[in-house]
Design a protein around this ligand. Structure first.
Ligand code: CA
Length: 240
């Protein structure tokens, strides 16, 4: 995999890795360094929080169970201090609750253990690209192009008629392509206030958008660019 360069061949994204398991920390550090990242590692939550809030990093890779302060509390504190630095959580395979809580607290993505370092590197690169944006006001993912200024969406060049709400939801998903968004995040972002979390507004709106896309690119639910992530929410598939 090529090193990420953002148009600048000497740009080495600075990654803070907060992970107490030596084996994981070592392989992540070596793997990311090999792929062009500049990695600093620390192994306890208190140091992790201090370093994370220093402003010295482009992205934080954060384990949840840590000695000292735990990962979710670090994340909560960073966000409530107004620090928007991208955070990727490392979660254990069965920590679905932590994963959802982490996303709701403002994590940008998560990688479930065990994972390949290639996968983590790809997630980090996608996050950095998203933060940088391309400045055109257009978002391209796969066959879909969303023009934020004209408020138009096309699929393989054919216009898709969306309501304002559908447009906003699709924009939120496409801007976060590759990342899982919880129903609660979608509700707060697209509807703008707190609904009963058991409402199916999000699911109904997603179904309508999927149907409109499917009119152009015949696809069933499994082939839809909007993927259901069981028990968590939705993810817009990243272009291959
Ligand atoms: Ca741990």
């Amino acid at each position: 995999m090529d090193a990420p360069h953002h148009g600048n061949p000497t740009f080495r994204p600075r990654v803070l890795l907060v992970e107490d398991e030596v084996k994981i920390s070592d392989f992540v550090r070596a793997g990311l360094a090999e792929r062009g990242f500049d990695v600093e590692a620390c192994s306890d939550g208190n140091t992790g929080y201090e370093r994370a809030s220093s402003g010295a990093f482009d992205v934080i890779v954060l384990d949840i169970m840590l000695p000292g302060r735990d990962g979710l509390s670090i994340l909560r504190e960073l966000r409530s201090a107004g620090l928007a630095i991208p955070v990727v959580l490392l979660t254990a395979r069965n920590e679905l609750g932590d994963r959802i809580e982490g996303l709701n607290l403002g994590a940008d993505d998560y990688v479930a253990k065990p994972f390949f370092v290639e996968e983590l590197a790809a997630r980090i690169q996608a996050l950095l690209r998203r933060v940088a944006g391309d400045g055109s006001g257009r978002i391209h993912v796969g066959n879909l192009v969303l023009d934020r200024l004209a408020r138009q969406v096309t699929c393989s060049g054919h216009a898709i008629e969306l309501t304002g709400r559908e447009f906003n939801l699709l924009e939120f998903l496409m801007r976060s392509a590759g990342r899982v968004l919880t129903r609660k995040q979608i509700l707060e972002h697209v509807w703008g206030y707190d609904f009963d979390p058991s409402t199916n507004l999000v699911d109904v709106c997603i179904q309508r958008i999927r149907r409109k896309i499917a009119l152009i690119e015949a696809s069933d639910e499994a082939g839809s660019p909007i993927e259901s992530v069981r028990g968590v929410g939705y993810r817009f598939r990243q272009a291959p």
